[in-house]
Design a protein. Structure first.
Lengths: 367, 383
């Protein structure tokens, strides 16, 4: 584990979340550790089912029915051991969240303004009129036209973009120390997204607010995160500052993502997809969960799960992969280093894995 | 993919196309298409109280073997235009000429023959496949409807199609629920391909897929284009995807095309203020490029298409708007200094190298004002 020289606002250690279901135990998060510093933005990147949203909900005590272990220290207290009463004091006022789906996150029976006022009045001693005035200011700030009228609107009377903005207004109402944004702009158009990211980064500068941005959109992370954590099947596979992740990734999954997205740093003329699909969280592959899709899979990857260890270049660059630490980067030369190392440590069984088979056909790696 | 430089051949200036089957006539020509939806009130005595101006006079051409990207934000009319082109909606006015035949006025029966030439791939691979039918019969439907093949012949053709799109032909008898999102989208592609169409309209074909799977479908669409000489109309809101697949790109705003050009030309020197704002807002997965781009923030929201603004539709949000913009709608023409085929509908196009500023300062000021306002005394033991 790397240790940050700065005092962190939130320290999550060995977070494990699983859900018992009739099909088996869904192991959504498997031993996740990270830190968020005040005033900084952490981007958590992963696909559907990587455990990123579950992580966020656990930090707010919103995962009833889940088995949670590990610790999450926020301001000297472990939020995972708080009871509902203690949680209520923190939630909204100190840690706020923007949810992915604004329609199901706003109460359909109450007016938008009422819902914002409720949040304000729960946590600070202000009059009804003052709370309403502040709600209108908030709606104006998030660029909702005619805020004096919209404060009286029900959620269904607002467009999807406006609902999302109303929810952002609600999250910012109490100037939280930490804002967790789960796919904050996925449902929004590019120009609205730009407007809101400008606002969120402005608020961050003014208030020294820390943010966790959870998304599958690498573009959003590239433009807003200071530090990036890449998740796969419930575990962090790589963590580093934003430039290191995008220009010298170590883990084959991060490297694969950057080669498969148009316009990304690792993409050439033709996209190189990652073979296969993300795994089921009930039947997680043995060893490194990425090994069936990995073009550099070796015998060790099937047998043993790699831990997050420091790799070369860049402060605090950690990766969970059996490849040598110096194999960082996106160039064909580095891919050759990866391939050469992997080839020398492969048995017959590994050659049949889809990722390796595709790589041998020349589909999956540039080299 | 054909060479993007050849893409200047569609649109205004007609040049010989280097497509697989050279023809002077573009495969698809859309002329002044208008689509309005009536809004009515009342249950027994229905009366029309207004209309939604979804598509307002769009003209474009797509030469054989090329890809035209269509971008724009929610409600700009891009999906409606796609449905007008495939005649899933009747047109209010205008013409759609497919391979020399005007299909906009054909009857349902006449249309059926021409439907074979154009197919559609939908956004939602979950909603666009009937969950109770087996994959083999879903893909075989077009063959049955058009009496192309039946019995063993149809099964053989369907299995060939499955092979072509990268599905295991042995999965012929499975249900859609047994496939992942990416595989379902392959089923959708196989179904669209069954009748060997010349035009495929792709409406957000990768938006619902996981990032690592998107590239599989994009590559598949590119390979099929090379193999079968397909022509695509590619609708997406992800500009990076559009930049990757398109030869030419058209930008829509409130039912009109505001700018259209060859893909490199459009992305390197956009002229319409809306295009400039849209491109600056798109998030690129490259921190250095993302942070060096000045993000233009547009004020306000897209106006309602029920009551669109006068003159230039963009004037209510445009940082460069002048009095004339609210009076006179600009024509879609080649602006001074632009390459042939690069058309822009603007009275005051953005000059190359010009730094356009939007409402960035206002947004930052709003954040600062909010941060400075007193918060009030905290409630002890809130809950």
């Amino acid at each position: 584990m790397y240790l940050s020289p700065l005092v962190s606002l939130l320290t999550v250690e060995n977070l494990t979340v699983s859900f018992p279901t009739s099909d088996g135990v869904v192991r959504a998060v498997r031993g996740l550790s990270f830190e968020v510093e005040a005033g900084h933005t952490l981007g958590i990147v992963g696909e559907t089912g990587s455990g990123k949203s579950v992580t966020a909900l656990s930090l707010l005590g919103l995962n009833p029915g889940a088995d949670i272990s590990g610790s999450a220290t926020f301001g000297g207290r472990d939020v995972l051991t708080m009871n509902q009463d203690q949680f209520r004091r923190v939630r909204g006022a100190e840690i706020a969240m923007i949810f992915q789906d604004p329609l199901s996150s706003l109460h359909p029976f109450y007016r938008v303004g009422w819902q914002i006022c409720e949040a304000i009045q729960t946590h600070s001693r202000v009059s009804r009129a003052e709370a309403k005035r502040r709600a209108i200011d908030l709606l104006r700030m998030v660029n909702i036209p005619q805020p004096e009228r919209r404060v009286q609107a029900f959620p269904h009377e607002l467009s999807g973009g406006m609902r999302q903005r109303a929810m952002i207004a609600m999250a910012l109402a109490l100037r939280p120390k930490l804002l967790i944004a789960d796919e904050p702009t996925t449902a929004l158009d590019a120009t609205v997204q730009a407007q809101l990211m400008e606002l969120l980064t402005g608020m961050q500068r003014e208030l020294g607010m820390a943010m966790i941005i959870i998304t599958h959109d690498l573009g959003l992370v590239a433009s807003s995160a200071d530090r990036v954590l890449v998740m796969y099947a419930g575990r962090a596979v790589e963590g580093a500052d934003s430039r290191t992740i995008f220009y010298s990734p170590h883990h084959p999954y991060s490297r694969g993502l950057l080669a498969s997205i148009p316009g990304a740093t690792g993409a050439g003329g033709r996209l190189v997809p990652i073979v296969g699909n993300p795994p089921s969280l009930i039947r997680i592959p043995s060893g490194c969960a990425f090994h069936p899709r990995c073009p550099f899979a070796m015998d060790a990857c099937v047998r043993e799960q790699p831990e997050l260890v420091p790799v070369s270049e860049g402060a605090g660059h950690v990766s969970a992969c059996w490849l040598p630490a110096h194999a960082v980067g996106l160039s064909p030369a580095v891919d050759q280093v990866r391939t050469r190392y992997a080839t020398s440590r492969r048995g017959q069984a590994v050659l049949g894995l889809p990722g390796v088979a595709a790589a041998l056909k020349g589909d999956a790696v540039h080299a | 993919m054909p060479d993007p430089r050849s893409a200047a051949s569609s649109g205004v200036e007609a040049e010989p196309s280097p497509a697989p089957r050279p023809a002077a006539e573009p495969l698809l020509r859309v002329e002044n298409v208008v689509k309005r939806f009536p809004i009515s009130r009342g249950i027994i005595f229905k009366r029309q109280i207004g209309q939604v101006h979804a598509v307002e006079g769009v003209s474009l051409e797509v030469p054989r073997g090329e890809t035209l990207g269509l971008v724009g934000e929610t409600g700009c009319g891009k999906s409606t235009l796609a449905r007008c082109i495939t005649r899933l909606y009747p047109l209010t006015s205008g013409r759609v000429v497919l391979d020399g035949t005007d299909i906009s006025t054909l009857s349902r029966r006449q249309l059926r023959r021409h439907r074979r030439q154009m197919q559609m791939i939908f956004q939602d691979p979950y909603g666009s496949l009937n969950p109770r039918r087996r994959v083999g019969s879903i893909i075989g439907d077009p063959l049955a409807i058009h009496h192309v093949a039946d019995g063993a012949g149809r099964k053989r053709q369907v299995q060939e199609l499955m092979e072509v799109v990268g599905l295991n032909p042995e999965h012929y008898n499975r249900f859609p629920s047994e496939f992942s999102g990416g595989q379902r989208q392959r089923i959708g592609v196989a179904r669209a391909l069954a009748l060997r169409p010349s035009l495929i309209v792709c409406d957000e074909p990768v938006s619902a897929l996981d990032v690592s799977v998107q590239a599989q479908i994009i590559n598949l669409l590119e390979d099929l284009q090379g193999e079968f000489g397909l022509t695509y109309l590619f609708i997406a809101h992800d500009l990076a995807v559009v930049e990757h697949v398109s030869d030419r790109v058209a930008v829509m705003y409130l039912g009109k095309i505001v700018e259209m050009a060859a893909v490199r030309d459009l992305f390197s020197s956009p002229r319409h203020p809306y295009t400039v704002a849209l491109l600056s807002a798109s998030m690129i997965a490259d921190p250095d490029r993302a942070r060096s781009t000045h993000r233009v923030v547009l004020a306000g929201d897209v106006p309602s298409p029920i009551n669109p603004p006068s003159g230039c539709l963009f004037h209510t949000r445009c940082p460069k708007a002048q009095p004339i913009c609210s009076v006179e709608a600009p024509a879609l023409t080649v602006q001074a200094g632009d390459l042939a085929g690069h058309v822009t509908a603007c009275h005051f196009p953005v000059a190359p190298g010009e730094q356009m500023r939007g409402a960035e300062a206002e947004v930052r000021q709003a954040a600062a004002d909010f941060a400075a306002a007193p918060l009030g005394e905290a409630v002890e033991g809130a809950g």
